[in-house]
Design a protein around this ligand. Sequence first.
Ligand code: G6P
Length: 609
Amino acid sequence: MCGIVGYIGKQKAYPVLMDGLHRLEYRGYDSAGVAIVDEKNNLVIKSVGRVANLEQKIGEKEILGTIGIAHTRWATHGKPSDRNSHPHQDCTGNISLVHNGIVENYLDLKKNLEKKGHKFKSETDSEVIAHQIEEFNKKLGYEESVFETLKMIHGTYGLAIVNKQEPDKIIVARSGSPLVLGIGDGEYIIASDVSAIIRHTQQVVYLEDGEVAIITKDNYAVKTIKNKSKDKEITNLDWSFDKAEKQGYAHFMLKEIFEQPAAIEDAIRGRLIVEEGMARLGGLRTVAKELKKIEKIIIVSCGTSYHAGLIGEYMLEEYAGIPVEVEYASEFRYRKPIINSKTAVIAISQSGETADTLAAIREAKNKGALTLGIVNTVGSTIARETDAGVYNHAGPEIGVASTKAFTSQLSIFVLLTLMLGRQKDMSLVTGQRIARELKKIPRLIEVILKQDKEIKRVAKKYAKYTDFLYLGRKYNFPIAIEGALKIKEISYVHAEGYPTGEMKHGPIALIDKDFPSIFIATKDSVYEKTISGMQEIKARGGKIIAIATEGDKEIAKIADDVIYIPKTLEMLTPLLSVVPLQLFAYFVGVAKGLDVDKPRNLAKSVTVE
Ligand code: G6P
């Protein structure tokens, strides 16, 4: 992960870089650093902790210079410290670079360089790149030295390099870690993702793996790692700067929870055809023929996106009659999955850059599967590498804990279920019923959001507990694990998500008055069984919070606290039941005084294995 930003142009680089770092801070916030270069200086300042710590260190000092690079770190090799912060430099201090990724063969390279007299200052893998360039530069020109170094690196990188001896350029390179080049008016901004660019320009070039860009004030050239020129398409972004701002909300996470009705509307707009009980997904048109022949679907994803996949499995199997497997991408890539040309492998990813998911898709492609993506970030690697796909159109998600991307992913699964189901056995009437109910979901979420004060009250009451058991059955089992994940991420509280029916096979041993359970107990086909589970907990003195269907008065007699959600079709319930759990986790985190947008040790986009 880590966030990289670079600027070359007519403005002072420092403020642009700092603004970019703040926007990329969700990618890691163990330390931050900046290098500003001109022919006299290569000024490098770094600080452990947040970008704000770096700014504090720099204080009122005016930093001149119109070329620079900066970095916000998520530590992999070497603990968070000033010393291990990027930018890293060679022995002469001429070359500075920022790196996102892992140099897998850094120990070999380091040993070799040390033998040649190079002195290392950090414990990182990244520093070897600067020394290796320096080593080549003793005999070769600077650019050539960079190309030669890149050829030696095993692993992944998004890199930005400056050199005091050739201070009019930034060299960037990509292999496995994202990099985007923003093309402004007489200026260029490079960044790990577009959120650091959209304030300056909407014109971007997405670099591909194995590409290097040499950027000067007036021009840029993209080359392959073998130093051959490449023509690149310029993409016009459709994300406005406003969308990436907090707009009065205390946190991005809260804003994004409240954006869910709009995000779902954007996901289904123009795609859901209620009268026909059908969905049209333009992004899948090119593979329509192959899709008709599909006999099995494998969904690969990580974190919250994995939980969306589990619900997608229930929907697709029940209504489209297609066998579905859902796999953690990190497991899939190392297993021996049974795949053929009649298998569709669907990657779900908000960022479109998660390394494990990307590797899983590459593996599936090698094995001859049809690869599809459900991706939020336009132009991201997974979106580009899959055969076809569907964009979420949820807009930028900045809060590290995923919220609106999740419900948007669920909406896309409903659309996919309609599309594939109607091609098979699903009747027009069933299709119409699902489509009609899906259309109502944004309004129903608004009803839940209006109860935010009540959910905050319940959250405050339970904020002192250190353990929670989340339970749900059938469509709401994945919501139980998603609810547990949210509170773990945001509030650092131990929580387990379990299928209600499994609770009696182990977790019930944990229950006492200090270990509350959260039941998703909506009126659906498994309601009675869920109530039995609640009684079992109650009988053992456990406290209960229930997420229940509006009008269910009986449940209040068993549960200590009840949060009501509107009624909908059983398959759509997860789109509603997750919302109070997102708010619950958020308010517990806030009550504990935690930084909910940037929880410790996490990063939004995990581009390392
Ligand atoms: C990280 C984030 C999670 C996210 C997961 C998958 O772990 O912290 O919030 O769900 O990655 O990310 P993706 O971008 O592939 O959906």
